[in-house]
Design a protein around this ligand. Structure first.
Ligand code: GDP
Length: 456
């Protein structure tokens, strides 16, 4: 890909809206804007110093397309670090596409997915973890997730990783000199001091890793399955959480024949909910398929909401389910509390420690369910201002760096040569710089940006 050419794309959502933005970036951006945009002031955009808004008309082959405002930014002080023209026209699929087509006809090339942010990365405007944060901000579904992503864009993770890398580099500088020039009179290497630094750095990485799952829960949402025997109120609970009628609620057991899925918000937490057919033995072949899918969903889910009819004594089927859920991240919901309680919470707690009484039908107990779920997932204590690993790529780099430090410590403890220690420390630094993007291969960079949408 040629980074000196000028690219263009629609930067706003492809839907009807008040305003749509077409972004053009590259050395030719002001000239291309000048070809398709006529400012009422008669200004020449190619001579603009930038950071000015020009009101005018977009034209294509002499024909007016729309009234618009054109913003000019000058390199390096723009999102991409290049000259940028942004044309804000009326929103809507037709007009934005038409303006884009004019820009392409005037010499721009269509931008690839994530190419604006990729150029920002290649021009040193942000590191790889910050570029990934841009994607987090765009897709954030809750306040905590948006805050965490904004914090990453500000470089919180990169600063943390650099601090660890700098520590390891400083500690091993003398070591490397000693390995490379054993005969020279280099600084004395103290294995116990090295060990101290490695342990401190390793602990910092472990702390980051320990927050990964909670961070994922906040930013990506949690795969959650609702299970329970037929007629206990699973569909009613799902509909209550979703605020809509998606699951079919009837008094006939076995009505939910297949898995119904919905993404719901529980205060600031996003749950990807699956309401399943009851896990019961059945001769009905259609229902059997539903039960099998429910079993698979349950295996994959992170969180299980296990629903019981609290107004009736537990059945053998309930007991079977309780045993199945015993070693899972699970909340037991004793539903139909409006009809009285025939089940003791203590009985349930022997298998599932977290029990909530509620009435899904009367929308009673939702707040308590929310409090128990956020506590169980640790998202109640989530600190969006702390550095956070945002995805599997970053986690993988961190895992490798941590493992190399552990190996370095082991090498020191077992009295291995300092060459071996040096190799481990080097590999750790490699992994850390891959995380921030300073040593990431082209393939990794391509992969990161391919997950973006066009226009970002
Ligand atoms: P599912 O088979 O587990 O999905 O159960 P449904 O959600 O279809 O509910 C079965 C029946 O129980 C329906 O008639 C619901 O109206 C009723 N129901 C669900 N939740 C409650 C509740 O909290 N209180 C009472 N009294 N009835 C409920």
């Amino acid at each position: 890909m040629n980074h000196s050419d000028t690219i263009a794309a629609v930067a706003t959502a492809q839907a009807a809206g008040g305003i749509g933005v077409v972004r053009i970036s590259g050395a030719e951006a002001p000239a291309i804007a000048q070809r398709i945009f006529v400012p009422v002031s008669g200004a020449d955009l190619t001579r603009s110093k930038g950071y000015r808004a020009y009101f005018g008309r977009v034209t294509d082959a002499g024909e007016d397309v729309d009234e618009a405002v054109c913003l000019i930014f000058r390199a390096p002080h723009s999102y991409t670090g290049e000259d940028v023209a942004e044309i804000s026209c009326h929103g809507g699929l037709y007009i934005t596409r038409r303006v884009l087509q004019s820009a392409l006809a005037a010499g721009a090339r269509p931008a690839e997915a994530g190419e604006f942010t990729k150029r920002a990365f290649l021009n040193g405007k942000l590191d790889l973890s910050a570029a990934e944060a841009v994607m987090g901000i765009v897709s954030a579904q809750g306040e905590q997730a948006a805050k965490a992503a904004l914090n990453a864009l500000d470089g919180a993770l990169a600063r943390k990783i650099h601090a660890v890398a700098d520590d390891v580099i400083a500690a091993t500088a003398a070591l490397a000199a000693w390995v490379d020039y054993p005969d020279e009179d280099v600084e004395q290497v103290h294995p116990e001091k090295l060990r101290e630094t490695f342990c401190r750095s390793r602990d910092a990485l472990r702390a980051l890793l320990s927050r990964f799952e909670t961070g994922q829960a906040v930013t990506e949402g949690v795969d959650t399955v609702i299970v329970g025997r037929p007629n206990v109120g699973k569909s009613t609970l799902m509909n209550l959480l979703a605020g809509t009628e998606k699951s079919i609620v009837t008094h006939i057991p076995g009505t939910t024949r297949d898995v119904v899925e919905q993404t719901v918000r529980l205060h600031d937490l996003v749950l990807h909910l699956s309401d399943t057919a009851g896990l019961r033995e059945t001769d009905n072949p259609v229902e059997r398929i539903g039960v099998e899918r429910a079993r698979q969903k349950m295996e994959r889910a992170v969180l299980t909401l296990c629903v019981f009819d609290g107004s009736e004594p537990l059945t053998a089927e309930d007991m079977r389910l309780l045993r199945q859920c015993a070693d899972r991240l699970c909340v037991a919901v004793l539903n139909k509390a409006d009809r009285g309680d025939a089940v003791s919470a203590d009985e349930i707690r022997q298998f599932i420690p977290n029990v909530v009484r509620m009435s899904a039908k009367n929308a009673d107990g939702c707040d308590e369910l929310c409090a128990v779920v956020t506590k169980l997932l640790g998202t109640d204590a989530f600190d969006p201002s702390a550095a956070m690993l945002a995805n599997e790529r970053q986690k993988d780099c961190c895992v490798r760096a941590e493992r190399f430090l552990t190996e370095a410590v082991d090498a020191i403890d077992s009295g291995m040569t300092l060459d071996a220690v040096n190799v481990c420390a080097d590999s750790c630094i490699e992994a850390l710089l891959e995380l921030t993007g300073e040593r990431a291969s082209d393939a990794v960079v391509r992969e990161v940006f391919s997950r973006f949408c066009v226009g970002k």
